[in-house]
Design a protein around this ligand. Structure first.
Ligand code: 13P
Length: 249
């Protein structure tokens, strides 16, 4: 069985004291939870501080982006080895905000995914269609391209550890969640594609998260879908009460 992941993507929020407080509360109040994996993805600036807080717990640390080289003259970038060095387990790649505002493409996601695995970081690769693409009936074509190019060249062995997140762009930060049927249709399609790429059995092991306006009220019904193996939570992860409710769906 696939162990569900509840991951909080804090995006560009939380100063050090706020991050430490939130992480400490999450740690203190989730200590006994063993049947799901909790991942915190704070901004780069507080990764070390959050790592210090969650030390000794089963909470995992994730970054929100990285570069595809391990070192060099790349002013302003952060390398996979740097993330590994400070204790990250996961890295979010290809989030739609990075695609939309910072020129991330399926090709750059692919370079990042490959190096992440080689360094021992697990990529959480985000895919998702815009509202315009959905309305034009292009959803599955867009997803197929994102999955096939973004994950091309990964080995079957690597694929087993992979995490994919389906985040319809129109559902992010809008309060408009995909219905379980809408989400499940795409999640199932993603697993089918993963099966073609990495073999059916491996695809069964891959966790596919949903993200987009998840909150304490809609998490349970989403999690009841067969191919939804967890959530990537934005806004609701910034507040301890709502995040804990989502964690305990
Ligand atoms: P919201 O939960 O705020 O819609 O954000 C989702 C998201 O982008 C998580 O990566």
């Amino acid at each position: 069985m696939r162990k569900p992941i509840i991951a909080g993507n804090w995006k560009m929020n939380k100063l050090t004291s706020e991050a430490v407080e939130l992480a400490r509360e999450v740690k203190d109040k989730t200590g006994t939870i063993a049947d799901r994996e909790i991942v915190l993805c704070p901004p780069f600036t507080v990764l070390s501080a959050v790592k210090e807080v969650i030390k000794g717990s089963s909470i995992k640390l994730g970054a929100q982006n990285m570069y595809w080289e391990v070192r060099g003259a790349y002013t302003g970038e952060v390398s996979p080895t740097m993330l590994k060095d400070i204790g990250c387990n996961y890295v979010i790649l290809g989030h739609s905000e990075r695609r939309q505002y910072f020129g991330e493409t399926n090709e750059t996601v692919n370079k990042k995914a490959k190096i992440a695995f080689s360094i021992g970081l697990i990529p959480i690769v985000c895919v998702g269609e815009t509202l315009q693409q959905r309305e034009k009936g292009e959803t599955l074509t867009v997803i197929e391209e994102q999955v096939k190019t973004g994950l091309s060249g990964l080995t079957k062995e690597e694929s087993k550890g992979l995490v994919v997140a389906y985040e319809p762009v129109w559902a992010i930060g809008t309060g408009k969640t995909a219905t379980p049927e809408e989400a499940e249709e795409v999640q199932r399609f993603i697993r089918k594609l993963l099966g073609q790429m990495f073999g059916k059995e491996n695809a069964q092991a891959i966790r596919i998260l949903y993200g987009g306006s998840i909150n304490p009220d809609n998490i349970s019904v989403l999690m009841s879908c067969e191919d939804i193996d967890g959530g990537l939570i934005g806004g609701a992860s910034l507040n301890v009460e709502s995040f804990l409710k989502v964690v305990r769906y």
